[in-house]
Ligand binder design. Sequence first.
Ligand SMILES: [Ca+2]
Ligand SMILES: [Ca+2]
Length: 204
Amino acid sequence: MWGKYIIVVAFLGYATSANVTSGAPADGVPRLDLPNLESGYHGLVKENETIVEVRPKIRAVGAEICSFRIVNKHHGEAPFEIILKDKDETKTEAEAILRARKALNCEKRKNYKFDISAVSCAGDVSDNATVHITVVDINEYPPTFLDPSYVHQVDEGRLYEEIIRVEATDRDCTPKYGDVCKYEILTSDQPFTIDNEGNLKNTY
Ligand SMILES: [Ca+2]
Ligand SMILES: [Ca+2]
């Protein structure tokens, strides 16, 4: 009788310590596997793609996870969804991918922020963590001149410091793809030069 009792106690002790190290009783409370819940997740998504590259990966432990959800929206709409990837065999941890529901446009909006949580199959919900998303620019727009044409009269026999200044802009949302670097005259053999700021003058 005593022998049996001791064996049971020993087994319970073992089960408890095993749960602590794996962190995963199937009916436990799920938690997001993050080194720091405060700093949350950071994601990048290109304008022409929908899969968000998230660091660190979205993982949950502590229970059998059946879904992840977007909990609240700090700043308006959050057109994203979280999809549970295939669970590992032990069902003690789950990974998810984050996807935009529509093509994003950094010329309209560059950043999104919202909270996520993991939900166990028993219905328990983890603490929230914040996801910060940056939309990465791609070069969709060429520069365009502010005026469709520039017409200017000059006096003959006169060398001008500046005849006219032209200006072009580019709608892309970052300096890398949206800044106008220089201007060039395409026609060869003519008596004009243009500098990087768009100032046009004659050379003789
Ligand atoms: Ca551009
Ligand atoms: Ca762009």
